[in-house]
Write a protein that binds this ligand. Structure first.
Ligand SMILES: O=C([O-])CC(=O)C(=O)O
Ligand SMILES: [Mg+2]
Length: 651
């Protein structure tokens, strides 16, 4: 262990670098425990920590005891609090030279969310890390902390208060936050994710918090490479990026809401799930908000708005900023970093995916993740309603990213199953947009992503008439418009289907096309229903109906893990199909009997490992994997790579 007294350590000429922050550090009373190294390019990496140290990896190794045998720290340089990677999963590339990491002890240690354990520091740790007197005498287990925090959170009746309590915890004690989220995933998912995150993005305006990700605005044009260097972590594996133009079904939230945290609400929320549900270590996740302005008048006129106060840049200006970002990311983190596009507006989302799909490891959650989760639900639903996919007829309300993305994946799967060309299988899928049924006669005015769904039919101007005309067996809401599956619509579905499949996908709950209660009531309890945001079980006619959550949160964490563990360099549609099939395979007879077409979220880490294994297997099969040789048991390998939120012992 390289454990040095701060003052003498800084005076030691072996460790040559000293910058302004070092001076600042000298004034901090408690000595420091430091684990340090710099990247091979000699660049001091971590501008946010209080000490920057330049030395070679070898010097640290020499100064370190033999690595302990436990799995967590295997073959890594360890020292004092935290190792040079800062986290512990096998998803790390052991060959890279690490970034600078320095870790404070004493008072700053209690303020560092990555290492803070609160009341769980042991007596030995209190002595070794200058904590004595800074904490009350009790030493509690992480389990007891979880119990206490859950009791605190349950005291709040208002979801936004629970959300804030969770965000506070994340900023205070990251491992406890993830332990809570993992151990109580079903209860806490609606708190840190949809619907509450959407409400938070819209409503919360008064509390200042720490920024939690990178803001890249037009002001940073020409400097994005430098901006990325300001982020404290170097080994990034997943980036979730949004430009805020279509947040959930809520529209343009610009740089979003009115304070720093919420500017990042969606990317931060998604990445929390990458960690909790998919086991990607937190320090490998980078949330990014691209700010090119907003067309939301309310925000533009809001004196507290934190984003660029201008209308959205478009065309060349927009494309150049994104292009600079994409290049800078690849240059900084290499070609195996996964970039997830989230909540871009339709007019950019498809183009960005088409443009960067061939050159980067990119994934659009709203087009591809939603598609994969819905296909999984449909595969499971077939066991209840009978028939093959190709024997069903699909009608979508909403022909944007989610709708056309899902439709395309269904058409691909049908084609795979029947051998018919995709052009043919698409004919079983119909779409209604704001102008009515999409038909060939409307072809000229249609955006390119809607055209494959324009079939021969006379004009139909609204959903009810479309339902009556097409007689779909499956009705899918991807409109972002709440309460659009009216009584008449659901009743019509129930007249010609014994078990109508009704999926109300739009988020958050306020935008859901109908509620679970409405779906069951209006179909006399016969609907197979799932929704993007969760609904509590409902009672109808003396029977309790639970409904599943058709949300991409089932897919992206496992898909991301699979891409990372295989070192994949591109996302392929077959990986999405593999993810769908893996998820559908996790739906048990028991789930189906109670009307659920998704497995419970309580098993999500196991499910993610299975999805990851099948996605990775597909990456190897397609020759897109770079991590060789292929592990023999991919499920076991995926599981062994997952981040654990258990506290580590600081020696
Ligand atoms: O965030 C969610 O809950 C699902 C999603 O991607 C969206 O609605 O845009
Ligand atoms: Mg989304």
């Amino acid at each position: 262990m390289l454990s040095l007294n701060g003052t003498s350590f800084l005076d030691n000429s072996l460790y040559g670098v000293s910058r302004g922050v070092v001076q600042q550090h000298r004034r901090v009373a408690p000595p420091m425990v430091v684990v340090a190294s710099v990247s091979s390019n000699g660049r001091a990496g971590d501008r946010n920590v209080s000490v920057l140290v330049e030395t070679s990896l070898k010097e640290i190794r020499d100064a370190s005891p033999a690595p302990p045998a436990d799995k967590d720290s295997k073959s890594k340089v360890t020292g004092g609090i935290g190792d040079v990677y800062g986290e512990d999963t096998a998803t790390e590339d052991q060959s890279i030279t690490p970034w600078t990491v320095s870790v404070a002890s004493g008072y700053p240690l209690l303020r560092d969310p990555h290492y803070n354990k609160g009341l769980a520091f042991t007596e030995k740790e209190k002595d070794a890390h200058y904590l004595r007197g800074l904490l009350p005498p009790v030493v509690v287990s992480q389990e007891l902390q979880v119990k206490k925090m859950m009791a605190n959170i349950r005291q709040y009746q208002v979801p936004l208060q629970r959300y804030m309590a969770m965000m506070d915890l994340q900023e205070r004690n990251e491992r406890l936050f993830y332990k809570l989220l993992i151990d109580h995933v079903e209860e806490l998912l609606p708190v840190v994710y949809t619907p509450t995150v959407g409400e938070a993005c819209q409503k919360y305006g008064s509390i200042f918090r720490q920024p939690q990700g990178l803001f890249i605005s037009l002001k940073e044009k020409g400097k994005i490479l430098e901006v990325l260097k300001n982020w404290p972590q170097q080994k990034i594996q997943v980036i979730v990026v949004t430009d805020g133009e279509r947040i959930l079904g809520l529209g343009d939230l610009g740089c979003q809401a009115r304070h720093h945290l919420l500017g990042m609400g969606i990317p931060v929320g998604k990445l929390s799930l990458y960690t909790a549900l998919g086991g990607i270590r937190p320090s490998a996740c980078l949330p990014v908000t691209i700010d090119v302005g907003t067309n939301n008048e309310k925000l533009l006129n809001d004196e507290f708005y934190i984003g660029l106060r201008q209308r959205r840049a478009t065309g060349k200006e927009y494309a150049e900023l994104i292009d600079e970002f994409m290049s800078a990311v690849k240059q900084t983190y290499g070609e195996k970093v996964l970039i997830q596009f989230e909540d871009f507006a339709n007019h950019n989302a498809f183009d960005l995916l088409a443009k960067y799909g061939p050159t980067h490891l990119v994934f659009n959650d709203d087009i591809q993740g939603t598609a994969s989760v819905v296909l999984a639900g449909l595969i499971a639903a077939l066991k209840l309603v009978g028939g093959t996919l190709a024997e069903h007829t699909f009608l979508f309300l909403g022909a944007g990213e989610a709708g056309t993305g899902i439709a395309e994946l269904i058409a691909l799967e049908m084609s795979k199953q029947t051998g018919a060309p995709v052009d043919e299988t698409r004919k079983k899928i119909w779409m209604v947009d704001s102008k009515g049924l999409i038909t060939r006669s409307r072809m000229e005015g249609l955006q390119h992503f809607k055209r494959p769904w324009a079939h021969e039919h006379g004009p139909v101007t609204n959903l009810v008439d479309a339902v009556k005309a097409i007689k779909p067996t499956v009705l899918i809401g991807s409109s972002g418009a709440g309460r659009t599956f009216t009584k008449e619509v659901v009743e019509a579905m129930a007249t010609f289907n014994e078990k109508p499949v009704v999926l109300a996908l739009s988020n958050p709950t306020s935008q859901s096309e109908c509620t679970a209660e409405e779906a069951y009531m209006w179909s006399e309890g016969r609907a197979i229903f799932a929704s993007g945001s969760p609904f509590d079980p409902v009672e109808y006619d003396g029977k309790v109906y639970a409904s599943g959550q058709a949300n991409n949160a089932y897919i992206f964490p496992g898909l991301g893990l699979g891409l990372i563990i295989s070192g994949a360099i591109r996302v392929h549609d077959d990986m999405l199909l593999a993810a769908s099939e893996a998820l559908a395979a996790q739906v048990t007879e028991e789930n189906l009997e109670s009307g659920l077409i998704y497995p419970p979220f309580s098993n999500i880490r196991k499910i993610s490992a299975k999805i990851a294994a099948d996605v990775a297997a597909k990456a190897y099969e397609l020759g897109l994997a770079t991590r060789l040789p292929q592990p023999e048991n991919l499920v076991a390998y995926a599981e062994s790579c997952m981040y654990s939120p258990a506290y580590r012992c600081y020696r």
